[in-house]
Design a protein around this ligand. Structure first.
Ligand code: PMP
Length: 460
């Protein structure tokens, strides 16, 4: 291993890294990225990488977008900070709320601003509790999420998240937050089961959970249209139709987490549109500003809003909000981002290049390490297996997907190892067909090297 650079040594001395094996990091040190342009980022030695994960599923317009830089600078010059508390407002927040209301996949009434996906989903939980108190049903508070779902890391949103590492040793999930099965055809389809049968089984299991808990205690269901961090899991056809029928029977609200799927990732403005989801409330973040600024939002329908008005009348205020709820610089950048999506027809761009993306992706299904290659729009994943016929996984300790991600990095491509030995891909939406070709060439080289490593170490 090459000696650690001065920056790497300083990092190890000072930075406590999120989502990192803290012990291993002391030996390996960081990859220090310094600049970016388009879909490319460059490390401190000048090496170029394709950002195959758009950062953390977020930099949709890629790097170095001068219009977004200018939108931030202009707002900072005008008024760098003002807030939305106690009835104050500012034009970037008003404009952004109008834009979101116009495109949201629910019957949008009002927009509450936050700075991240975790804050959005924490706010969803608090709103659900608040609303059910307002409606005089204080026992209807439970929220059903799904195993492998990802909704953030604050205490309530980490509870919604259905991944072991977010619960173990954090004393989570909170009571009243439940997890139903993930709609994961590759891993959960039973012999001969059709998509429709699998969807029915999953909806039945959700209904059984609701009946077990008591429908009068269950307030809401939360889901990402396509699960992202849990492994890019695409539900079987008819799943959402059947789930929504169950929720409707028991007066359970639908919270749609569009933090990854929102703003074109699946080829529709929101994932909800791709699956016929009619949510009550929507969480957005990430691509809302193409990650040029930390900003997110909760978009509620009229019913939720009216209940909140009632309750705040009784209490005297809606006692929730962050200093940076609707930060004017972030809001100005988000407005510009949405303008660019519209002007440059980002949906047209995604739908133009995604057939190439999906063709190259699914071709990797033939690779000896890949059990399934799946994708939709411009998001995809490889399910890494030891045995393609039986779908047997490698020993998790071998961390084969992490090895593939490390080799991809050597080949000049950033991908992410997701839970369950899965390699995820989620490039900036502006990627061209040639760049898609280059991305998959690099990934293929990494997979071939990983296969040689697996054989050399006799990991099968
Ligand atoms: N929801 C989803 C679907 C996400 O993918 C994420 C982040 N990966 C979050 C919520 C949490 O967002 P943040 O990391 O901005 O708190």
């Amino acid at each position: 291993m090459s000696p650690l650079s001065n920056l790497a040594v300083r990092d190890i001395e000072t930075v406590l890294h999120p989502y990192t094996n803290l012990d291993k990091h002391r030996q390996t040190g960081p990859l220090v990225l310094e600049r970016g342009k388009g879909i490319y980022v460059y490390d401190s030695t000048g090496k170029q990488y394709i950002e195959g994960m758009a950062g953390l599923w977020c930099t949709s317009l890629g790097y170095g977008n001068e219009e977004l830089v200018e939108a931030a600078a202009e707002q900072m010059r005008r008024i760098s900070f003002t807030h939305l508390f106690a009835g104050k407002s500012h034009d970037p927040a008003i404009e952004l709320a109008e834009k979101l209301k116009a495109i949201a996949p629910n019957d949008a009434s009002k927009v509450f601003f936050v700075s991240s996906g975790s804050e959005a989903n924490d706010t969803q939980v608090k709103m659900i509790w608040y609303i059910n108190n307002a409606l005089g049903r204080p026992n209807k508070k439970k929220i059903i999420s799904r195993h492998r779902g990802y909704h953030g890391v604050t205490i309530a949103s980490a509870s919604l998240t259905g991944l072991p590492a977010n619960h173990a040793d954090f004393d989570l999930p909170l009571p009243g937050i439940l997890h139903t099965d993930a709609p994961h055809p590759y891993r959960s389809r039973q012999d001969g089961e059709s998509d429709a049968d699998l969807a029915t089984r999953l909806a039945d299991s959700l209904e059984a959970m609701i009946l077990r808990e008591g429908p009068e205690t269950v307030a809401a269901f939360i889901a990402e249209p396509v699960m992202g961090a849990g492994g890019v899991i695409i539900p079987p056809a008819t799943y959402y139709e059947k789930v929504q029928a169950v929720l409707a029977r028991y007066d359970i609200l639908y919270i749609d987490d569009e933090v990854i799927c929102g703003f074109g990732r699946l080829g529709t403005m929101f994932g909800a549109e791709a699956f016929g989801i009619r949510p009550n409330s929507v969480s957005v973040a990430k691509a809302l500003s193409s990650a040029y600024q930390p900003i997110g939002a909760v978009i509620v329908d009229e019913g939720m809003y009216q209940a909140m008005v009632e309750e705040s009348r009784k209490i005297g205020t809606f006692g929730h909000g962050y200093t940076y709820s609707g930060h004017p610089v972030a809001a100005a950048v988000a407005c510009k981002t949405l303008d660019i999506y519209e002007r440059d027809n980002i949906l047209g761009q995604v739908n133009r290049v995604s057939p190439t993306f999906l063709k190259r992706l699914t071709a990797l299904g033939d690779h000896p390490l890949v059990g399934e290659a799946r994708g939709m729009g411009l998001i995809g994943a490889l399910e890494i297996v030891a045995d393609k016929a039986t779908r047997r996984s490698f020993d998790p300790k071998s961390a084969v997907a992490a090895k593939i991600a490390a080799l991809a990095e050597e080949e000049g491509l950033i991908v992410r190892a997701a839970f369950g030995d899965i390699v995820a891909l989620c490039p900036p939406l502006i990627i061209s067909e040639d760049e898609i070709g280059e991305m998959f060439d690099r990934l293929t080289r990494a997979l071939d090297r990983a296969e040689a490593w697996v054989s050399g170490q006799s990991l099968r």
